[in-house]
Ligand binder design. Structure first.
Ligand code: COA
Ligand code: AMP
Length: 629
């Protein structure tokens, strides 16, 4: 038995002892005496009698311990050709001042603040400032359109929205303020104020309710950290579910901070004074956890990178960042490496940079295909660690625990469950399957600290979505298997969620948009395999009776309209570019569209035809379109 086995066993034999011990890594206003409140399953609460402030733990604690002069956050922006480094003392002061701005605008404990920002340090400052005064942030990814932002504003009902005049996408400047204004116009809930960071690349027109970031900071009184209950929400992060309405994943502060602080040395092998570069976006869970909170809780240095893996300006930027800042662990999505590989297959840019500080590459957010694994591993000559997790879980479920012991890597598997995660595979009837047999991947309750306690204002949906399928288990929504050595293989979602370039999207929400077109009678959107983005959406629409689909140029016009509609309603990030007009959609006799069968055929698999099919002819007619023959 190795170190990993011992630690894992300790975590499942006595989880409460294990996590109370882990909690000692933080400074508590009131230290927890009870690890877990399990009185109301499936609503478990970690550290119910603990009180702390997460931002204090991320910043002040390190300054007080003598790390004030160490770099906490380095903003590296090839798109603006600038870099800025904040020491722990400087970041604490910025955060305290912005917390003062928010407090001055009436934001207090439990109030929500929506943050809609590009990858600028002020995004992290705003998040930590909320945490400092006990407010609940909800960061919305900049690639979402006004309507998606409006849906989140209506659900979170923020007092204040924090945004910027623009983001920079590759070589394009995207003005955020008009998108925000439109979202507020669409939303039923109106925030009191918007704080806007004016960036030199585009000036935002300011309205009566808008406050300028710089001016507000100049006049603000820094605010002290407010101790809050460990079970109080730190943030809400919306993620795609099966319907158009996103799920508001709630994160409690205490459990999350304990789990993240544990994960930094044990999973990512990054400790105080070391540097981690997580190339993601603060709008995703990876950004929340491993750009902002975990590195700072660990006293490490985090890189906040505003750019792409390629094209800003070249495929050597990740290597440059590693060399410039002495990065030890690099974390991104496989798609970023596929993009680099496509642009620079021989990794010639690597020769221009000294990446000897780099000890690990961590990849997550989508399946790591073995080809990309081998390319990254051969190119870098360091362990390439696939790990599996979700917005809901907040930190990895399955990983190779590099900081404890590097287990043998099996390409295609993110390795084994981390402490606290009792991962199992069940069949439809809820029975455990044999090793190596596919089924639904579930986690036996209770889940460890950090995992979602519920959905914002929707306990009922929390139970229905995750807890109702198998009593006593959390349904991950992923299918796969566990082999005889305990290695988990994640084969993909079993619901209507797809992963496009590591971005989680709902085909159901795209279908809602397509169906809203006046000419569309019914439609289906499926996620098909893509060599660059992992998956991309493809849409299939059936026209309403009476619409002359044969009219010259009609189909092209309709296609363009539908693609634009999805961009306008969901955002460019949806990446729906391929829509086909078809005569009919294949269905079961009970009327369910056979999306899985369609996906299998589109992916070139030898897909069995379900016995429940209503009309095999409809499917046969669709085959060449699906296969793009
Ligand atoms: N604000 C506004 N628009 C955005 C955006 C943002 N923050 N992020 C993406 N978009 C837009 C893009 O500009 C693109 O628009 P276009 O269709 O007009 O070109 C569209 O959304 C799709 O973006 P994306 O899927 O990212 O494709 P891309 O071709 O721009 O880039 C990669 C491809 C692989 C380089 C990019 O996805 C990437 O760096 N991925 C890394 C993985 C990652 O960050 N994952 C997050 C979870 S770990
Ligand atoms: P998100 O909530 O955006 O982090 O997306 C979570 C989903 O991404 C999971 O349910 C999986 O489908 C997928 N995913 C994340 N990491 C991996 C991985 N390492 N291997 C396979 N799928 C992954």
């Amino acid at each position: 038995m190795g170190a990993y086995d011992d630690i894992f066993r300790a975590s499942v034999e006595d989880p409460e002892r294990f996590w109370l011990d882990a909690a000692a890594a933080l400074d508590w206003h009131t230290a927890p005496t009870t690890a877990l409140d399990s009185s109301n399953p499936p609503f478990y609460r970690w550290f119910p009698d603990g009180e702390l402030n997460v931002a204090y733990n991320a910043l002040d604690r390190h300054v007080d311990a003598g790390r004030g002069d160490q770099a906490a956050l380095i903003y590296d922006s090839p798109v603006t050709q600038s870099q800025r480094s904040y020491t722990y003392a400087e970041l604490r002061d910025e955060v305290a001042r912005f917390a003062g701005v928010l407090a001055g605008l009436g934001v207090g404990v439990g109030d929500r603040v929506v943050i809609y920002m590009p990858m600028v340090p002020e995004a992290a400052v705003a998040m930590l400032a909320c945490a400092r005064i006990g407010a609940v942030h909800s960061v919305v990814f900049g690639g979402f359109a006004p309507k998606e932002l409006a849906v989140r504003i209506d659900d979170a009902t923020p007092k204040v929205v924090v945004s910027a005049s623009c983001g920079i996408e590759g070589k394009r400047v995207i003005e955020y303020k008009p998108l925000l204004d439109k979202a507020i116009e669409l939303a039923a809930h109106k925030p009191d104020r918007q704080v806007i960071l004016q960036r030199p690349q585009a000036a935002a027109a300011m309205g009566d309710a808008d406050v300028d970031w710089v001016e507000a900071m100049a006049g603000a009184t820094p605010a002290d950290p407010v101790p809050v209950k460990a079970t109080d929400p730190l943030y809400i992060l919306y993620t795609s579910g099966t319907t158009g309405k996103p799920k508001g994943v709630v994160r409690d502060g205490g459990g999350y901070a304990v789990a993240l602080a544990w994960s930094m040395p044990n999973v990512y092998d990054v400790g105080a004074g070391e540097t981690i570069f997580t190339a993601s976006d603060v709008g995703w869970v990876v950004g929340h956890s491993y750009i902002v909170y975990a590195p700072l809780l660990a006293g490490a240095t985090t890189i906040l990178y505003e750019g792409k893996p390629v094209g800003t300006p070249d495929a050597g930027q990740f290597w440059r960042v590693v060399a410039d800042h002495g990065v030890k662990s690099l974390f991104t999505a496989p798609t970023a490496f596929r993009a680099i590989k496509k642009e620079d297959p021989k990794a010639e840019h690597l020769r221009d940079h000294d990446v000897s500080s780099l000890k690990y590459l961590f990849l997550a957010g989508e399946r790591l295909d073995p080809e990309t694994y081998h390319w990254a591993s051969d190119t870098l000559g360091i362990p390439v660690i696939d790990h599996w997790w979700q917005t809901e879980t907040g930190w990895p479920i399955v990983a190779n625990p590099a900081g404890i012991e590097l287990l043998p890597i099996k390409p295609g598997s993110p390795t084994r469950p981390l402490p606290g995660w009792d991962v199992q595979v069940l069949d439809i009837a809820g029975k455990p399957v044999e090793a190596g047999t596919d089924g639904a991947i579930v986690v036996k309750l209770p889940m460890p600290p950090g995992a979602l306690p519920t959905l914002w204002n929707d306990d009922e949906r929390f139970v229905r979505s995750y807890m109702a399928a198998f009593d006593g288990y959390y349904l991950t929504g992923d299918g796969g298997n566990i082999d005889e050595d305990g290695y988990v293989y994640v084969m993909g979602r079993t619901d209507d969620v797809i992963n496009v370039a590591g971005h989680r999207l709902s085909t159901g929400s795209m279908e809602e948009v397509l169906a809203s077109h006046p000419d569309v009678a019914e439609c289906a959107v499926i996620g098909v395999a893509d060599s660059m983005k992992g998956q991309i959406p493809r849409g299939f629409v059936v026209l309403k009776a009476g619409v002359d689909g044969a009219a010259e140029g009609y189909e092209d016009t309709l296609r363009a309209e539908l693609v634009q509609l999805v961009r306008d309603q969901i955002g460019a990030v949806a990446s729906l570019k391929d829509v086909a007009v078809v005569a009919a959609l294949p269905k079961t006799r009970s009327g369910k569209i056979l999306r899985k069968t369609m996906r299998g055929i589109a992916d070139g698999n030898d897909e069995p035809v379900p016995s429940t099919i209503e009309s095999a002819e409809v499917l046969d007619a669709l085959r060449p379109i699906l296969r793009k023959d």
